[in-house]
Design a protein around this ligand. Structure first.
Ligand code: MTE
Ligand code: MO
Length: 436
């Protein structure tokens, strides 16, 4: 089944098509996105409802390389001990075996980091959040925004919420290693996810105080980190529009992570947290938010974070929003077990479309499956921990598999529908182990 048929996608595709037509009519803003890129997306929407299996490779595949051209000396500030992290350029992936014995929330020191450039060290005292744009009362320009200081935000009603932040490319490397596909981007295994207890203010409270009008349709937070250079061209500072409906629903401007001040690497002094959505929506080091009466486009909802490839509408899918369903074992790849001994296997499953309904585990490479015991009350927006007893019988190499089903009815498939940038991997991962 092509991903373009996932529940909810038809609505997103129609929404996207309407907005792209608005751009054509001069009713949308697309700073930093070429006219050619938007025309390609627009052409695609004409065929989006047809078969959706064009055999051409979009020109975007080569333009979509995510290598940062400008890499700082030290892109991440916190220590990255090799027993906790796999360093990947400006990014650091959490090792799943390091989560064994930690609680429901990922400790801040263990939380993965995804930086387009490098962590900036900002000072809360001179930090300001600037809101501006045609969707606010009086349509304040970027030069005379509505401002909030750090203390202003801390004086607003605080809310606390547990939510995962998961990169859209989490699991990307399995498109290559399990499915033989060629994809671009950081070769994450399954450790580009973390769950934290975020404390901050509701974005909706700040928008209302800033003078939100009924004309607003899009909200675009932008980071204070350096401009992102890709293929020799600056795409500007990291920014991505959020539809107003999501912005008013459950989005936070967070200043605390697991009861501590937000760490520099995770967005100090304030970051956006967009529950259940792809990680790129959760802008770190937020400095300004454009509130627009017109649809907004940036490279991060056009060139990046759409699905391109033969299984998708020619020219790309609608922008990515919710994460997929996945499972992982709290175990190193290639872990060793003694035949005849009793073990308890531990892992976690999660979904962006709802809570986890059940998890099945196979210890014989997928031949037979047993239900896992769940250790958390399953909830949307976070993972559910689980375990299974295992007494390996005979020595040899085998694979452990975990397969989750969420409350929206999605079950992890055997094969994920590929896309050129390797987003939204959702297939069951074959975890190699050896029994000795
Ligand atoms: N300003 C800014 N925000 C950002 C990014 C970035 O590079 N700059 N990376 C995004 C991506 S792609 C992801 S997956 C998450 C990662 O959040 P973390 O580093 O706190 O784990 O932050 C998002 N927010
Ligand atoms: Mo990401």
């Amino acid at each position: 089944m092509p991903s373009s048929a996932r529940p909810g996608d038809r609505h997103e595709t129609a929404y996207d098509r309407r907005r792209l037509r608005q751009w054509l009519a001069g009713e949308a803003k697309a700073d930093g996105v070429s006219r050619r890129r938007l025309l390609t997306l627009l052409a695609a929407t004409a065929t989006a409802t047809a078969a959706g299996t064009a055999l051409t490779t979009p020109a975007s595949a080569s333009a979509a390389r995510t290598t940062a051209d400008a890499v700082a000396d030290r892109p991440i500030l916190k220590p990255l001990p090799p027993e906790w992290f796999i360093e990947r350029g400006t990014n650091a992936e959490t090792r799943w075996e390091a989560l064994r014995g930690t609680g429901h929330h990922t400790p801040n020191e263990l939380f993965f980091v995804r930086n387009h450039t490098a962590t900036p060290v900002l000072d809360a005292d001179d930090w300001r959040l600037r809101l501006w744009g045609s969707g606010l009362r009086g349509a304040p320009g970027e030069d005379r925004p509505v401002e909030f200081g750090y203390d202003d935000l801390r004086a607003l009603p605080a809310v606390t919420r547990t939510a995962f932040v998961e990169c859209a490319g989490n699991g990307r490397s399995f498109y290559s290693t399990q499915q033989g596909e060629t994809v671009t981007g950081t070769a994450w295994t399954l450790g580009a996810i973390g769950v934290a207890r975020w404390r901050g203010v509701r974005l909706s409270d700040v928008l209302r105080r800033a003078g939100l009008t009924y004309h607003a349709v899009d909200v675009q937070p932008r980071g204070l980190d350096a401009e992102y250079v890709s293929g020799g061209e600056s795409l500007g500072r990291v920014r991505r529009p959020l539809p107003l409906a999501k912005a008013l629903d459950d989005v936070l401007l967070a200043y605390e992570m697991n009861g501590e001040r937000l760490p520099h690497d995770h967005g100090y002094p304030v970051r956006v947290v967009v529950p259940s959505w792809v990680g790129i929506a959760s802008i770190k080091w937020v400095g300004d938010i454009e509130v627009s009466a017109q649809p907004l486009f940036s490279p991060w909802n056009t060139t990046f974070y759409r699905l391109f490839g033969p299984a998708h509408p020619e020219g790309g899918s609608a922008p990515l929003s919710r994460q997929t369903v996945k499972s992982a074992f709290e175990l190193a790849s290639g872990a060793t077990f003694a035949a005849g001994r009793g073990y308890v296997l531990h892992g976690r499953s999660w979904s962006g479309a709802g809570a986890v309904a059940h998890v099945e585990v196979s210890t014989d490479g997928g031949a037979t499956w047993r239900p896992a015991r769940l250790h958390d009350q399953p909830r949307a927006g976070t993972w559910t921990r689980w375990s299974l007893d295992w007494r390996p019988a005979a020595p040899g190499a085998t694979h452990l598999l975990a397969r989750a089903t969420d409350t929206a009815g999605r079950t992890q498939p055997d094969v994920a529908v590929p896309n050129t940038q390797g987003y939204l991997f959702d297939a069951v991962v074959r975890h190699p182990v050896s029994v000795v």
